[in-house]
Design a protein around this ligand. Structure first.
Ligand code: SF4
Ligand code: SF4
Length: 407
């Protein structure tokens, strides 16, 4: 694609990066076929190729309107288009740059702007979020159904292993996951303990920065990134082997710290090292070395939902399934497994109508073969699916832990 960036962007780092991404696109449109929002809305501007054109026009100095921003807002950043694209176009990075520019050109007003600010000031901070969650859980039986479905049930995480091993890995506690689904990291710690690895949550680490990043607050996101790097660095220097992440949405972003902090002289090297040693928990385990397991009675048949951040952003396809099979589970066939469930970070709150349609389609596909349970790999998908599913929804590492404990 030929471009002629306006003088406003031609010499900025973001402008140069966007330009090189735009030039890789040959506007073939293959990506449109796998875009969930194009499938729902049938409008070229609600598909990747149309959005790429909108961003190109912005960078070339064309007027930006509410309509431009609306089509960018409707994008889930699911990155199915990147998996499909034969030219390797880095759509998500382009969308990040485009959204930030649209945000500056057409500032949000009223409730739209206030709602986004509230999400940024609430979700990444467990001390602010936890009391609200606890109140919601306490009042759950009294809440209207639509709201009740959004409040996760209280989890009993079980014991964190006390034995210290010579092999150590760090784990990201995260923000919402640390208070909403504490069973995930506890199960992960027990699985790794059986393999002779201690899992350590570094004090001072917190939100990965994804909430701010995807709401176009890039400076705020970078502050979260630097804080995590500072918290992890002493442990890395003392020999921690990896940074294990059990929420694929967070993992996808931490793997990008190196790119996102490349112009920060103080953090660029550390960020590159942190990204290189970040692993989704499915990358740490090896089905060949895993003990066999015995799933709990009546929970053998599993439908696995691979989050977009696992299969498209991290390109980890077909990695979890053999681990579950090794542990004794039987996996069902799931149609259209490449499509997003509609959770997509804050998307389910900001675009509820589209999100609900995607959730309905996804649950139909997941429940089609009558599973006993649905497993996934990201807290956002887990809570989103659990709010409307007929069967329980868990993180797959919990299933692995239960099966290994049962053997
Ligand atoms: S992003 Fe890739 S698949 Fe989509 S139009 Fe451009 S080159 Fe084609
Ligand atoms: S990221 Fe997902 S929703 Fe956005 S354009 Fe690509 S395929 Fe469509």
């Amino acid at each position: 694609m030929q471009t002629r960036l306006s003088s406003e962007f031609i010499d900025t780092p973001e402008g140069r990066e966007a330009d090189s991404i735009l030039r890789a696109c040959v506007h073939c449109g293959f990506c449109t076929a796998t875009c969930p929002t194009y499938q729902l809305l049938g409008n070229e501007l609600d598909g990747p190729r149309g959005r790429i054109y909108l961003i190109k026009q912005m960078l070339e100095g064309e007027p930006v309107s509410d309509k431009t921003r609306l089509h960018l807002d409707r994008c889930l950043t699911c990155r199915a288009c990147e998996t499909t694209c034969p030219s390797g176009v880095r759509y998500a990075r382009l969308a990040d740059i485009g959204r930030e520019i649209a945000e500056q050109k057409v500032p949000r007003r009223g409730l739209d702007g206030l709602g986004r600010l509230l999400l940024r000031k609430l979700i990444p901070y467990p001390r602010r979020f936890a009391p609200l969650l606890r109140a919601g859980q306490w009042l759950r039986p009294l809440l209207p159904r639509a709201l009740r479905n959004k409040v996760p049930a209280v989890q009993q995480p079980g014991a964190w292993p006390s034995q210290a091993h010579a092999r150590r890995m760090l784990v990201l506690a995260g923000c919402v996951q640390s208070v909403g689904t504490p069973a995930t990291n506890a199960a992960c710690a027990r699985v790794l303990d059986r393999l002779g690895i201690s899992l350590v949550e570094a004090g001072g680490a917190g939100c990965c920065g994804a909430v701010s990043h995807h709401l176009s607050a890039s400076q705020e996101a970078r502050a979260f990134m630097r804080r995590n790097i500072d918290a992890w660095w002493p442990h890395i220097e003392q020999g921690a082997e990896a940074i294990v992440i059990t929420a694929s949405g967070c993992g996808a972003l931490v793997k990008e710290y190196g790119d996102l902090l490349q112009h920060d002289a103080d953090y660029a090297d550390k960020a590159r090292r942190v990204s290189a040693m970040t692993k989704d928990i499915s990358e740490v385990l090896d089905a060949g070395n895993l003990p066999q397991g015995r799933p709990p009675a009546g929970q053998h048949k599993v439908a696995f939902h691979s989050p977009c951040t696992l299969q498209h952003a991290q390109q980890l396809q077909g990695v979890v399934e053999p681990l579950l099979e090794r542990a004794g589970y039987r996996l069902t066939e799931v149609a259209d497994a490449h499509l997003c469930c509609g959770s997509a970070g804050t998307y389910s709150i900001l675009q509820p109508a589209l999100s609900k349609q995607l959730l309905g389609r996804k649950l139909e596909a997941l429940q089609g073969d009558a599973p006993d349970i649905i497993a996934t790999a990201n807290i956002g998908c887990q809570l989103h699916l659990a709010g409307a599913s007929r069967v329980p929804v868990k993180h797959w590492i919990e299933l692995l832990d239960e099966a290994l404990a049962g053997e």
